[in-house]
Write a protein that binds this ligand. Structure first.
Ligand SMILES: NC(=O)C1=CN([C@@H]2O[C@H](COP(=O)(O)OP(=O)(O)OC[C@H]3O[C@@H](n4cnc5c(N)ncnc54)[C@H](O)[C@@H]3O)[C@@H](O)[C@H]2O)C=CC1
Ligand SMILES: O=C(O)C(=O)[C@H](O)COP(=O)(O)O
Length: 378
């Protein structure tokens, strides 16, 4: 069996090595010829999976995308051809949630403010939005959720309209899929009009898809509104973001909000499980055995933590400042954006750290073990 896999998908050898011969490809430049004799195709978000790519792939039995988003895949086309397809919903939700939370801690420290007391609006209350909300609520913040689709589906959580969210939130974090049609389409959800409605000093984070914000309008807006702070992980025109916009963002990264080792491993593992099911085989490999040991896996804290100390702890699993610095140095070079993504193999999730021995001899109203466990630490 011939398995074609994106070269940036980790753990493919370990999980798929027994199932067939693996050929690694550059997902962005993949051609119909390269996939013409494939039995299995494993992609990431940069590969357009459509008739143009697959019409000659007559042996294809399975397509898997180790992503939450499916905007790069023509699912109807695969269904018409009877080719089983799976994505990996939820695989990187914790990573995106923690990215957003850590970015907010970083912004708070950089602006000399406390994150405590802020109201955070989450647009899109699915896997990643809910994971971000979980961290924020664990930290005691008020969270407003906007998700008209979930509301219509009968989700029992409390939702607000996008206008209410914009009017009330100090921080807005975007977690929607990119959709171009329908009542709730998200393409340019934040256009010039919406941007102009942002309250003074709003922090705006985009960890979903670049086109959810009109990037040109955002440049114009930000040039007049220095009070607004931006954290941008996704961009219109990837892998070539607009340099003016990168310069205007407080933190800028190359679409890696979901790139914890745990999230990547979960993504590949979900495809492995699904392919085994399609082939009628037992999925007998284990996910945890894939992950390397983390050098800070055991930490003892002697007192409750301050917000600054929580940020120090967070930087052990993910130092956003490093990625921001690297990104500014490489995004404008040929392949810089993609190379940084390819080499991104160092980030962990909070649950990689076991925190022990928090001994509160006095009540300091700081960050205690209960809060840290709710944030995701072991
Ligand atoms: N930067 C990165 O590395 C990553 C980016 N993503 C992107 O984030 C998107 C969201 O991921 P998940 O949360 O896992 O997807 P999800 O499908 O679990 O949740 C998306 C939510 O957005 C809601 N929604 C749709 N239209 C909306 C609108 N107009 N207003 C408010 N809510 C709306 C949906 O009802 C759904 O609940 C993905 O589709 C993908 O494009 C996902 C993972 C990693
Ligand atoms: O899951 C998604 O959707 C994403 O955006 C991915 O995290 C993006 O990662 P790649 O698939 O491009 O590696």
């Amino acid at each position: 069996m011939k398995i074609i896999a994106d070269e940036n998908m980790p753990y493919v050898d370990a999980l798929f090595g027994d199932l067939g011969e693996i050929e690694y490809v550059n997902g962005r430049t993949l051609t119909p010829e390269q996939v013409s004799d494939a039995d299995v195709l494993l992609v990431r978000s940069v590969t357009k999976v459509n008739a143009a790519l697959l019409d000659k792939a007559n042996k294809l039995k399975f397509v898997g995308s180790a992503t939450i988003g499916t905007d790069h895949v023509e699912v109807d086309y695969l269904a018409r051809r009877g080719i089983p397809f799976t994505n990996a919903p939820g695989c990187n939700a914790t990573a995106v949630g923690e990215y957003a939370f850590i970015a907010m801690l970083e912004l708070a420290q950089r602006s000399g403010e406390s994150l405590q007391g802020k109201v955070v609006g989450i647009v899109g209350a699915g896997n990643t939005g809910t994971a971000a909300a979980k961290c924020l609520q664990a930290y005691g913040l008020q969270v407003l959720l906007c998700d008209p689709v979930k509301a219509e589906q009968g989700d029992k959580r409390e939702f607000v309209s996008i206008d209410t969210l914009i009017a009330q939130a100090d921080i807005i974090s975007l977690h929607v899929p990119i959709t171009k049609d329908g009542e709730h389409k998200t393409w340019y959800l934040f256009d010039e009009t919406r941007l102009n409605q942002l309250k003074p000093n709003t922090w705006l984070l985009n960890c979903c898809r670049g086109e959810v914000i009109d990037n040109r309008a955002l440049i114009k807006f930000k040039q007049q509104r220095d009070d607004v702070k931006l954290v941008l992980d996704v961009w219109e025109g990837e892998p070539n973001p607009m340099p003016e916009l990168v310069a205007l963002a407080e933190f800028a990264t190359p679409h890696i909000a979901g790139y914890s080792l745990e999230g990547k491993a979960r993504g590949t593992f979900m495809l492995y499980q699904k392919l085994c099911a399609v082939l009628g085989l037992e999925a007998n490999k284990s996910l945890t055995s894939l992950l390397p040991i983390f050098q800070f896996s055991q930490i003892s804290a002697q007192t409750e933590l301050t917000e600054a100390q929580l940020l120090t702890l967070s930087r052990l699993v993910y130092d956003l400042r490093d990625d921001d610095r690297k990104f500014r140095g490489c995004f404008n070079t040929s392949s810089g954006f993609d190379l940084m993504r390819k080499q991104h193999t160092y980030r962990r999730e909070y649950n990689a750290i076991s925190l022990t021995q928090i001994q509160s001899t006095e009540q300091r109203n700081g960050i205690n073990q209960t809060m840290l466990t709710a944030l995701g630490f072991n």
